[in-house]
Design a binder for this molecule. Structure first.
Ligand SMILES: [Zn+2]
Ligand SMILES: [Zn+2]
Ligand SMILES: [Zn+2]
Length: 93
């Protein structure tokens, strides 16, 4: 009777796909396409989202490039504007 439990299907709460319970973890990380929690502008698997948030997401909070002499941190999309006026950048130039 336990076999019935192993073959149970579950419905992914992110993409509403049905699948065998044993496939769920793999699905969740590699093939479940979901929007970025932070910017909502891209849809990709969770593994790809980790890269997106670490390297590209415009809403990820990042520190100033001059981290050692500047306390600023903010969304990645504001970083270039900040660097243009960052007093630490001016000192380096
Ligand atoms: Zn899914
Ligand atoms: Zn994003
Ligand atoms: Zn700065």
């Amino acid at each position: 009777m336990n076999r019935i439990l192993e073959n149970l299907t579950v419905t992914c709460n992110k993409c509403s796909q049905d699948m065998a319970r044993s496939k769920f973890v793999e699905h969740y990380y590699t093939s479940c396409i979901q929007p970025c929690d932070q910017c909502g502008e891209v849809n990709m698997s969770l593994n790809d989202l980790f890269n997106h948030m670490a390297q590209m997401c415009p809403k990820t909070i990042v520190p100033c490039d001059n981290e050692e002499s500047c306390q600023w941190s903010g969304p990645r999309k504001d970083l270039s504007a900040h660097l243009a006026s960052c007093s630490a950048t001016k000192v380096l130039n």
